[in-house]
Ligand binder design. Sequence first.
Ligand code: GCV
Length: 729
Amino acid sequence: MKRFGLRLVAHIVVFAGPFSSCFCAETGAEAWLRYSALEQQAAKKYERLPAHIVTLNDSLVLKTAQQELIRGVGGMLGRTLRTRVVPFTEPAILLGTIEQLHTLAPVLNIPSNIRQDGYWLAHGQVQGLECVLVASLTERGVLYGVFALLRKIALGEDVLALDEVEQPSAPLRWVNQWDNLDGRIERGYAGASIFFEGGNVRTDLTRAGAYARLLASVGITGCAINNVNADPRVLSDSFLPQLVRVADVFRPWGVRLAVSVDLSAPKTIGGLDTFDPLDSRVAAWWRHKVDDIYRQIPDFGGFVVKADSEGRAGPSSYGRSPADAANVIARALQSHGGVLFYRAFVYDHHLDWRNLKNDRARAAYDIFHPLDGKFENNVVIQIKHGPIDFQVREPVSPLLDGLQHTNEAIELQITQEYTGQQRHLCFLIPMWKEVLDFDMHASTPVKDLVAGKVFQRPTGGFVGVANVGMDVNWMAHPLAMANLYGFGRLAWNPDLGANTIVDEWTRLTFGNDPLVVRTISQTQLSSWHVYESYTGPLGVGTLTNIVGNHYDPGPESSERNGWGQWHRADHEGIGMDRTMATGTGFVGQYAPDVQKLYETLAACPDELLLFFHHVPYTHLLHSGKTVIQHVYDAHYEGADAVGAYVSQWKLLKGHVDEDRYADVLTRLQYQAEQAVVWRDTIDEWFYRMSGIPDAKGRVGHTTSQHQAMVPQVRVRFLDANMGKVVLKQ
Ligand code: GCV
């Protein structure tokens, strides 16, 4: 186990430079698109940036790109770019599609390898004038190029001698929001919905438009705005005009609107007596519904389906398969270019916990692998990154390697349901990097599988469950926005390092003061391991209250019920035996090389030991510690590390605007208290279970009686979680 951040303080030299002088109050609303004024010296670098901007057509998205460039350059360099049209007589920044650029400047050596929404940023002579070029096959790609150009300026990079092509790794880069029509958000921790209120789409959609801007700035192309536990009403005729309004505010940013749909809609709102996917009346219903949507929203993205999962209606009601269900809707979408995301999160939540062979982790692969090749070409199987449910540590879902003839997308959870609910800091990019880089078989990383590159699929990609809310800074915790930013950046380029991403995000969000950048980056980068260490170490799964708020410590809650998030702790040992030899056989769902990694105790990495094996508390880890001593130590180290975050943050006083300084400080102090609650609750539970004393004499001797406390920090709409909490009671 790593020792977290303890060296950080020693590295920090208190620095009171020019950055500390003047800060305006900041709310976080602008996120990473603050465009704050560069210092004089840094701004000098851009003196030769053309003073004019030429847009090669007047489409909506190019207009947006033009306005964004004017806004960004104005903010950062204090200059107002003037708009010009062709023919122009002074050097300019040119925005246009490759085709338009080629017509304007046929001799220009335009790279031929630009695909999809990729863009070319370059410097070249057009009509004898020095120009900065931003070009793409699509208008949306030009917008992405403009955001990239602005990011480079904010980061102090050269933009006058560019010649670079940037391609997205995968065609589909979407977010999902789990917003209910009444305005609450399932697993949302930053206020009410920005889309819905009181059963309708909000009258004022300013925030929805601002969200689309944020999404576009990191290359996100689609957003499904309502909960996957979908209210069928979202498809009713009377609701459609309301969706049109959301699509209208997304469109300037090239973001396609999508909705989650309930499979029973043909019956619940459609007036049929069935929703059997093989019934021709059901197929006709979906066709008419989809045609109607596209008549009013021509760039509609498609649907997301959660079925036969956690009480949702599904094809099993008629003895049909997920392929039958997905295809009937996908066929309706096909001629319009719409996509159907069918979630692989299908499992039985009434499993018999007494049967040691039962295993929820097996479900996605057991159900979907046999259906490989049976889905229409516009169906995408949306697969959670791990086989359980966004726990703090899980192995990669074997289904990601189990579909060769079917499109897939990986589902990552940006909203921190099981990782501290934005009241604890937990920067998730390092976790996602491990997932995306994981080799599923013979040098086949997950990132290539989901992009469709391995089996030459027509589409595939990334879906992030974001759940931003009405809180002014979108995610409540000012540092949690790094997860949304990082999701977009990784979906665009999964080869980016976590350190690059956090460095970019910090500079864009808090400025370039080296002390600030170093402190925030190091804190963020260590925070996932820290959170893991005081909540659910060794792959045990989170030890949170899984039948309640998914937040407080509650190690007993996962046992003796049908939800299948079992750790199977007793007085002798702990862990799920998922081996092929003696356990549930889950390991057998992986390719042979991965099986070798997990099947034996000798090979299994410590951090996933209890996910794959049931062992005595005295089992010796590769680290040389026993399981029980590791658990004790990890909880102390984790809680100490959060304590150190507080002292490190205090060194930033005067270097960060007072509002965000105070906000983060309060949250870290709260987290430090909560980490101690977690430490003592979990360590004492392990002590009672095992009867084995802590070699360092700490556990069982705490003087205070810690209890899970009500958060002290400003967290609104705490009761906004619906769905599973209710289902589990
Ligand atoms: C939207 C987890 C969450 C549920 C969520 C579900 C899902 O179980 O607790 O709130 O439901 O995942 O992803 O469908």
